[in-house]
Design a protein around this ligand. Structure first.
Ligand SMILES: [Zn+2]
Length: 74
């Protein structure tokens, strides 16, 4: 049996083959200014250091666009 390494989208749970380019990996956080975390994280659900977050490309762009839009309305 062949084993395929996969990563899981933080938003929808879809699995992506690690060697593919159909997902976005964020190392740490994307922030507005020096604060204001938009997407990504430094810790997993158990509080362990895990600086990589994975998203489907469409999910990532949608989340970022929605959050950036709320900042531009201020
Ligand atoms: Zn997704």
């Amino acid at each position: 049996m062949k084993t395929i390494e996969a990563v899981k989208c933080e938003n929808c749970g879809k699995l992506h083959e690690v060697s593919s380019e159909d997902f976005i990996s964020i190392h740490g956080n994307v922030c507005i200014g020096m604060n204001g975390g938009i997407i990504g994280h430094n810790f997993d659900k158990e509080g362990r250091v895990n600086r990589i977050s994975v998203y489907c490309i469409n999910n990532c762009l949608k989340i970022m666009l929605e959050k950036f839009t709320t900042y531009t309305k201020r």
